[in-house]
Design a protein around this ligand. Sequence first.
Ligand code: MN
Length: 133
Amino acid sequence: MGPSRILVVEDNPLNRRLAVDVLRVVGYEVAEAEGAPQARVWLASSLPDLIVLDVSLPGTDGITLLGQLRADLRTRAIPIVATTALAMKTDRERILRAGFDAYLAKPFSPRVLRQVVGDLLQGRANPTGAPHG
Ligand code: MN
């Protein structure tokens, strides 16, 4: 078994680069997509162990893409982490209710991203990236 594979979907090039680097440096195999169409192309031939998905994407947004992935038997069980600049508590509740496994408000620290991803890959829920011993 090789390293876990993660797909990062984020339209902002700097945010995408940061997330990709933070995950790559700890050994994950990371693919990237700048939007929903590119993500769907990649997913047609590959299956990641986890997806980090920006909620605010031009065109098809992250919540719509999430719904499509949850409706597809092939992708429905993949853990999906929402990243968003929306900061209100009501937004967080709406996003988790939509079916994301975790929620990270930008800007988030590398530690929190790695915590959420590591926990989900071990089948452990940690919707907000809280640290634990
Ligand atoms: Mn965005």
